[in-house]
Design a protein around this ligand. Structure first.
Ligand SMILES: [Zn+2]
Length: 245
């Protein structure tokens, strides 16, 4: 059991509960978002995506996913039983950045090896999960950014759960920068084999705090349990476990 603490919402006075490690919390009665440590309002953009499914409707994208794809057992849709359907609003940071890497290195796939120089310039909406212990396949989640709207607590279903952020804005930005750098290092390896010099400059344009409706589905097939993650805004399966026979 985790210890739950409480503070009062400085907007409506209702109790806001939070768990150890959480840094930013949202009042479920009025949608006010607060920085726990200071008790002050969260001043950055807080957005969300609307969930399009209820607990019955969500079965449609699940069954569709089960029916498609040759890697799946042909009777998967018919023989599996959905045992859990939980909607959770998962917090993310979206860091909009422009990154430029200049590099110099040795290309030794030819003889004699040559020294090459190059530059990568890319723009990103880099996604950072705002939870530390939660497992989430961030790289596989294609965020439907065009559907982003300001956070509206009235759109959060009674049966849904909302997670708070365990990361502040600066930490999220650092995280994004580090991952973008690693990504560029990876890209460079297609052009050179040994790095002599590398320099990456990252300009942060915007950082948005965002709650995404994610369905955590469990299903049972031939006595075993499998998990499915579905984007509630689009119905897309983000990741799904496929039985091996
Ligand atoms: Zn409130």
């Amino acid at each position: 059991m985790s210890i739950v603490d409480k503070i009062s919402c400085s907007h409506c006075g209702a109790p806001i509960s939070f768990e150890p490690g959480e840094i930013i919390a949202t009042c479920k009665y009025c949608g006010y978002t607060i920085v726990i440590e200071t008790g002050k309002a969260f001043i950055f953009e807080h957005s969300m995506f609307f969930n399009k499914y209820d607990q019955t409707q969500i079965e449609e994208p699940i069954r569709n996913w089960m029916r498609k794809g040759f890697l799946k057992p042909p009777n998967l849709a018919k023989k599996s039983r959905i045992i859990e359907k939980n909607l959770t609003y998962v917090p993310f940071w979206i860091v909009t950045a422009e990154a430029e890497t200049t590099y110099k290195g040795i290309f030794d796939r030819i003889t004699p090896p040559v020294i090459k120089e190059g530059r990568i310039n890319k723009k990103y909406n880099w996604l950072v999960l705002a939870r530390k212990a939660t497992e989430f396949p961030t790289k596989e989640y294609d965020v439907p950014l065009e559907g982003k709207v300001p956070y509206d607590f009235r759109k959060i279903e009674d049966f849904a759960k909302t997670l708070n952020s365990e990361m502040d804005k600066n930490e999220a930005v650092e995280h994004a920068k580090q991952e973008i750098e690693e990504h560029h290092r990876f890209l460079i390896q297609q052009d050179i084999d040994k790095i002599i010099e590398i320099k990456t400059e990252i300009k942060i344009n915007q950082t948005v705090y965002l709650h995404s409706p994610i369905w955590f589905i469990k299903y049972e097939y031939k006595g075993k349990e499998y998990q499915l993650l579905i984007d509630g805004a689009t119905g897309t399966v983000i990741r799904g476990d496929i039985p091996s026979n």
